[in-house]
Design a protein around this ligand. Structure first.
Ligand code: KE4
Length: 430
């Protein structure tokens, strides 16, 4: 595969940007090799600067549920851009999309748009603390919520202890109020809540963790956390930056039937442009400036182009019966892959949930905890990733990430992908 132009760009990029990238995981460090520079996306495809074409399952890490350069989304963006790229004032698009979100997420009575998932989560945590007057938050080992200091916190030693900074530059003071418990361990959550009395403002989780590969919630786990929070007057924050509009129109809350007090959104809501959002109960959101004392602001928040892209995305998902299509596509993928998975059973596992899927190099028949993800052979994943690239399939460049189907993927894409998986597995598992 000729990747000369990518190599040339990379040699310049690493002199100008840390790792030559604008987000670490893009640097291919966990899979090896050098990152590919893409020049075009269309439908299910990515095309790199050397004109190599790939069937893409990273889909910009989740936003592109309609595929790359969806014609309606592009039309909406160019239409909005013709009238200007930002007004710094309220605009009609914000009102439209806020209403669309409220219709899909009954728990979101009021919403605030920001520019990234990180900003949404950072703001939601500040709001939870401002509303409750309490400082501590519980997050789960196995969940990622963006790069705000108080969330770049790793589990300390022992089961439910105060976190320790998980990045240079995060001060112990910043980590001090973050408690970490293992995902899917309801007892550990209850024990941590008991131990910390009424100092806990909120529990935050990804209802379907997708940042340490995919860790499906155990039956009753989400409901259990909800009931514990209700009993103890603790706010429950669902970080639906990935699951929002992905698992169902109303995200994981609709899918699992468990409502959050605050929800963070991102990715799909911007149709591929930079958007995040947080929202929830009106009494809580009334604490946000200018209505209340919790400050949060943003120059480009509610940007008309991003709002227009999000409106068109959400509207098209509904209009085209996208969720049925995605479910059928996911079932078809599993069906085509079944003989391949059988052949490599005990070495390789696929887990999927609606249009999200993950590959694991493990002997397990299922993976449901971070510890079990950490047992997986990530070196093998790296070699598998390279094999898939050479066969024209672009997977997220990390064994700790997941894959996404879009409505632009076709049966032919799935057939080609299954064949590439089989060949790549025979090569790496030989
Ligand atoms: P952003 O700040 O990257 O827009 O969102 C942070 C975030 C928050 N919550 C969840 C559940 C997320 O998955 C993310 C970001 N996801 C990662 C990868 N899964 C983005 C990719 C990257 O970091 O480059």
């Amino acid at each position: 595969m000729n990747i000369e132009k990518s190599k040339e760009l990379y040699s310049k990029a690493i002199r100008l940007m840390p790792g030559g990238v604008n987000s670490p995981v893009r640097a291919f460090r966990s899979v090896g090799g050098e990152p590919l520079f893409m020049k075009q996306g269309r439908g299910s495809r990515l095309v790199d600067v050397d004109d190599n074409e790939y069937i893409d399952y990273c889909m910009s890490w989740g936003p592109l549920i309609l595929g790359h350069a969806d014609s309606d989304v592009i039309k909406a963006i160019t239409g909005a851009a013709a009238n200007g790229t930002s007004f710094g004032t309220p605009n009609p698009f914000e009102v439209t999309i806020a209403g669309m979100v409220a219709k899909r997420f009954p728990s979101i009575e009021k919403i605030r748009f920001v520019n990234s998932g990180t900003e949404a989560v950072m703001s939601a945590i500040r709001l939870a603390r401002g509303f409750t007057g309490k400082n501590r938050i519980i997050k789960f080992d196995g969940c990622y919520h963006g790069h705000a200091d108080h969330l770049l916190v790793a589990a300390g030693s022992g089961l439910a202890t105060f976190g320790t900074p998980d990045s240079a530059g995060v001060t112990p003071g910043n980590a001090a109020d973050t408690l970490i418990v293992p995902f899917n361990d309801l007892e550990a959550v209850a024990e941590t809540v008991e131990k910390n009395g009424d100092t806990i403002a909120a529990v935050i989780l990804e209802p379907l963790p997708c940042n340490y590969s995919m860790i499906p919630p155990a039956d009753g786990f989400l409901r259990g956390v909800r009931e514990l929070c209700d009993r103890k007057g603790i706010l429950l924050i669902f970080d639906e930056v990935i699951t929002g509009f992905r698992l169902a129109p109303g995200g994981a809350q609709e899918y699992y039937g468990v409502a959050a007090d605050l929800t963070t959104l991102g990715k799909i809501i911007g149709g591929g442009l930079p958007v995040g959002a947080y929202g929830g109960r009106a009494d809580i959101m009334s604490m946000i400036a200018p209505d209340g004392p919790v400050y949060q602001a943003g120059t480009l928040s509610g940007n008309p182009l991003a709002m227009a892209a999000g409106i068109t995305t959400l509207e098209k998902l509904d209009r085209t019966g996208a969720y049925m299509k995605l479910k059928k596509l996911s079932d078809e993928f599993a069906g085509i892959l079944a003989p391949v998975l059988k052949k490599h059973e005990g070495r390789f596992l696929l887990q999927r949930l609606e249009s999200v899927f993950a590959f694991y190099f493990t002997g397990r028949k299922e993976v449901s905890s971070l510890a079990q993800v950490k047992e997986c052979d990530m070196k093998l994943f790296g070699r598998f990733h390279a094999g898939m690239l050479s066969r024209g399939i672009y997977l997220s460049p990390s064994g700790y990430e997941v894959g996404f189907l879009s409505t632009a993927h076709s049966s032919a894409d799935l057939e080609k992908t299954a064949a590439a998986i089989d060949e790549s597995l025979r090569a790496v598992l030989a």
